[in-house]
Ligand binder design. Sequence first.
Ligand code: NDP
Length: 453
Amino acid sequence: MKIKSIDPYTEEVNWTYDALSFGDCEDQIEKSRAAFLKWGSLSVKERTAYISRVAEILRQNRRIYAGIITKEMGKPVRQSLAEIEKCAWLCDYYAENAAGFLEDELVETEAEKSYVTFEPLGVILGIMPWNFPFWQTFRFAVPTLIAGNVCLLKHASNVPGSALEIEKVFTGAGLPQDVFKSLLIDSRTAMEIIDEDLVDGISLTGSVRAGSEIGELAGRTIKPFVLELGGSDPFIVLEDADIDRAAEVGVRARFINTGQSCIAAKRFIVVEDVVVDFIEAFELHMQELKVGDPMDEETDIGPVAKKEFIDSLERVLKDAKKKGAEPRVYGEEHKKGFFFRPTIVPAASTDMKVLNMEVFGPIAPVVMVKDEDEAVKIANSTDFGLGAEIWSADLKRAEHLAKRIKSGFVTINGRVKSDPRLPFGGVKKSGIGRELSHYGLKEFVNIKTVVIN
Ligand code: NDP
């Protein structure tokens, strides 16, 4: 089988690779296990020294890596550069803090001494998506490695160039051979690896469908797993909000990465008193979006990552129109490239697909509600629970509302952004477990209790 990378802007093939067979993977996993024996026995400080070097390499070569991201999945290059910077920040954060997070914890009991210690598990498989090809991988790999595990990466099939380049970042930073390895494989081979009980833990970022398949296999083989799945984040605007600011941030929150982000604001829920003003301000900011060549640093909206996404976005709009919506489209049209222009769906209703499924692309539905209670009801009326935004000048009121939203992350008067210092993950079908902060660092460790009498 071949793994092919296609440039969504030029529609040309970037690179083609032969996929590894299951037998190749077995050989690699044996080498990874051998590498684990040494890597896992280093001190946390020794491991973090390598990770500081990873940050340096990322910063030195940021333009090269950003270019590869953009060529493989179409992200505007300014955002690809920011993605690399963020990976370097993540490395700095764990390099500074991980030793403290992983210190033994003394617990007072009747025994002479009791404590909790954190030990690595072994070989952890990361199955990652294409939308933030570096960030998602680093977010999984850096804490997992620092905790003393070794990593295998099965990246999305459309970003093999990124997968190989990420491996080079780690080897370039001097990490021992086989501590981090990319496997160019399809999802069937990844499933076989889990089913044959060859790895000690799995971290998946991807769709709900993939999460449920991987979770089933991991459950069958009794392996710890983390699932970071989809989202359909509500963006609630109350009548006392700063409407212009909410609209400006809302445009960024929806259209970043051409709408292909799990924590994008996907449903704008606005109280009736301010809905007209909000839509007007939102459209003004939409008009400023520059749609075009993703390699141009001025571009805000590039093509979507795969050709087939255009059809599914069109189906969503068709359904909305059939149910009475009148979408409005902004930005230049392009004959070549997998473009889908930024679109607003004012007066969206909850029976429309645009509101009741996760839409992974640049479509912004706005639904009008009577009041705060109706806003909460609609916000919680999906299978997802990843992030949420609330806009109000009354912070007490907004905090109270935050408690009523079923999600893993709420931002008041701002945009949901992952941050190495804060735990990240969802509830309901958005996933299981947490990444980032000290919570993420402890997902793939043996929390071992030692009691001395
Ligand atoms: P997919 O689930 O299709 O793919 C994600 C990864 O999983 C890819 O590497 C894919 O490989 C692999 N995969 C898919 N099915 C299986 C399987 N049965 N067994 C093993 N591996 C599998 O998702 P998308 O690529 O379409 O990514 C978008 C989705 O990811 C959205 O739903 C989005 O919300 C979610 N996401 C969640 C994030 C979060 O942090 N919560 C962050 C970013 C995205 P291959 O490419 O070979 O099919």
